[in-house]
Design a protein around this ligand. Structure first.
Ligand SMILES: [Zn+2]
Length: 164
């Protein structure tokens, strides 16, 4: 059985949050919570509380925070996002495969829906993107609506993942 974890990602780890969303993990980023609450820095107590309430694993590089919340917290070492992914995969058995249809929006974590007729979004795409790709997905959040496709950026990520 695959356990599909949900995550809360501490500040300064935005790139990791975006990656986990693309891999299909429901991932809340602390900086987005701060924006929502209109505060500069969310206190550790609130992060712990939020992780508990929403049943998320808190991922942090803050050793003190980790020590306070060991049961539901994962401590990362190093600086590199692929290094982070390899630590997560080793400890939590995560699967890092990109299936855009099952991804969460990298910007806002909402679910995506398939665009059945690409002509509807033609004006939002570069000409070449429109021409060479046929499968598109759009974020369901009406304030975001970001469009995703299996472009070269996705293939680059997959290639790098093979090497970790
Ligand atoms: Zn979005």
């Amino acid at each position: 059985m695959v356990i599909f974890f949900k995550f809360l990602i501490d500040a300064m780890l935005g790139r990791l949050a975006r990656f986990l969303r693309i891999f299909g993990y429901d991932t809340v980023y602390a900086n987005d919570l701060e924006k929502e609450l209109n505060i500069d820095s969310i206190p550790d107590d609130n992060l712990i509380e939020y992780a508990k309430e929403t049943n998320r694993i808190l991922i942090t590089k803050d050793l003190l925070l980790y020590k306070r919340f060991k049961d539901q917290c994962f401590f990362l070492e190093g600086e590199d996002v692929y290094g982070y992914l390899s630590q997560l995969r080793a400890k939590l058995d995560l699967i890092f495969k990109i299936n855009i249809g099952k991804a969460h929006c990298s910007i806002c974590n909402s679910k995506l829906e398939e665009i059945k007729n690409k002509n509807l979004i033609k004006d939002k795409l570069e000409n070449d993107t429109f021409k060479y790709y046929n499968e598109f997905y759009q974020c369901l959040n009406s304030n975001c609506k970001k469009i995703f496709w299996n472009g070269s950026h996705i293939k680059d990520i997959e290639k790098k993942l093979e090497n970790i």
